[in-house]
Ligand binder design. Structure first.
Ligand code: PLP
Length: 415
């Protein structure tokens, strides 16, 4: 950063301020994490300079000898991590990964059956204003009203009724285990493709703490920046017979030149994820989530679906007479980031919501364990109890600040 500070102090200052924000606030946004410094280095490297449309050994530009090496390294490490037959590491993001899969397997107008955004799904799983709901005919499944869990009988019925060409499983706000085998049986029964989007749970899957979809799904998509703790980006894994189709769909289908600096950074992240430490780290993420859910339950809160089996949970705030929007804003004032989230069958509008989604990847990365996680829950609870007492909230803000100071994220970057 020294060079940047000297040539563009204005941008450098903003980055320094963002670093300070990271260091001094508690991040409970379930889709965020702090990547390794070595990943940051690769992501900010000279690999950004190279145009490399195409794939290793078949580029449309000269000078790709080392670019090929780094992309092959990323592919090979990812394949080893997930036991995948074919990997494409070029998608710029999770959304592009999903777009690539649809472009490879579907024609415009074909039907996709995916999880409703309001029940925990993602925009790209068939939402009206997203490309997935504009180019394709969308049908959505939700969760069971009583259990708030996926209802596989209901999904089977919807599949038989609408005969989608593709079923999409995976979620952004679902805290139970996803039965990929069951999804594969449903897809097979109507001769549909199965896409498993593991953007959120890639870390636990890589660590074998959540069942893997690899042997069950035709296509698996993911982001690399959530539980996986890598750089911002996406990837697609598929069975060997679909390899060419997927590669063509990404380039020239929907993308041009790959972001080689991100692909280099993905290679570094996969190397970290292949180390035994990564399993311990993922275990700690899940333990912290479980600790958090139990602490909220002990204080009288309701967790959607009753518990968490992964890194996140959605808390129903109606018992506290609060909305998700209110609590998101309230927590912001004391230095805690989280996001409002619909609960299933939410009586509130999506901009307001009755829930808040909380996740533990980022706090685990900075070193929080059981005791700190319980403290965080206590702080959130007290903030809600004293939401109209600015003096009390200032005290809680100081507590957040002190806790963060004990667990620096990037000590080597702080000036
Ligand atoms: C399940 C799921 N799929 C895909 C995505 C899209 O990823 P990106 O934001 O990188 O486009 C997300 C992002 O939150 C997600 O939760």
């Amino acid at each position: 950063m020294d060079f940047l500070r000297s040539v563009d102090p204005e941008t450098a200052l903003i980055i320094d301020q963002e670093l300070n924000r990271l260091e001094t606030t508690i991040d409970l946004i379930a889709s965020e994490n702090y990547t390794w410094p070595a990943v940051l280095e690769a992501s900010g490297s000279i690999l950004t300079n190279k145009y490399a449309e195409g794939y290793p050994g078949k580029r449309y530009y000269g000078g790709c000898v080392y670019i090929d090496e780094v992309e092959n390294l990323a592919k090979q490490r990812c394949a080893q991590l997930f036991n995948a037959e074919h990997v494409n590491v070029q998608p710029h993001s999770g959304s592009q990964a999903n777009m690539g899969v649809y472009f490879a397997a579907l024609k415009p107008g074909d039907t996709i059956l995916g999880m409703d955004l309001a029940a925990g799904g993602h925009l790209t799983h068939g939402y009206p204003v997203n490309f997935s709901g504009t180019f394709y005919t969308r049908v959505n499944y939700g969760v069971n009203r009583d259990t708030e869990c996926l209802d596989y009988d209901e999904i089977q019925k919807l599949a038989e009724q609408h005969k989608p060409k593709m079923i999409v499983c995976g979620a952004s706000a679902y805290s139970q285990i996803i039965d990929f085998k069951k999804f594969a049986e449903i897809a097979a029964s109507i001769d549909a493709f199965l896409l498993a989007d593991i953007a959120h749970i890639a870390g636990p899957i890589a660590a074998k703490l959540h069942p893997s979809p690899i042997e069950h799904a035709d296509f698996v998509s993911s982001t690399t920046h959530k539980t996986l703790r890598g750089p911002r980006g996406g990837l697609i894994m598929c069975k060997a017979p679909y390899a060419q189709q997927i590669d063509k769909a990404i380039m020239p289908g929907i993308q041009g030149g790959p972001l080689m600096q991100q692909i280099g950074a993905k290679a570094v992240a996969f190397a970290y994820a292949l180390k035994p430490d990564f399993i311990e780290y993922q275990k700690q993420i899940l333990e912290n989530a479980n600790t958090m859910a139990e602490a909220f339950i002990a204080l009288g809160y309701r967790i959607v679906s009753g518990s968490t089996k992964n890194h996140l949970m959605v808390i129903d705030l109606r018992s506290q007479n609060c909305t998700g929007k209110e609590v998101e804003e309230l927590l912001g004032t004391i230095g805690i980031s989280a996001n409002r989230n619909c609960i299933p069958f939410d009586p509130q509008k999506p901009f307001v919501t009755s829930g808040i989604r909380l996740g533990t990847p980022a706090i685990t990365t900075r070193g929080f364990k059981k005791q700190e996680t319980e403290t965080v829950v206590q702080i959130i609870h007290e903030a809600i109890q004293h939401k109209n007492d600015p003096h009390y909230l200032t005290k809680l803000g100081q507590q957040v600040h002190d806790l963060c100071a004990q667990f620096p994220i990037y000590p080597e970057l702080v000036q």
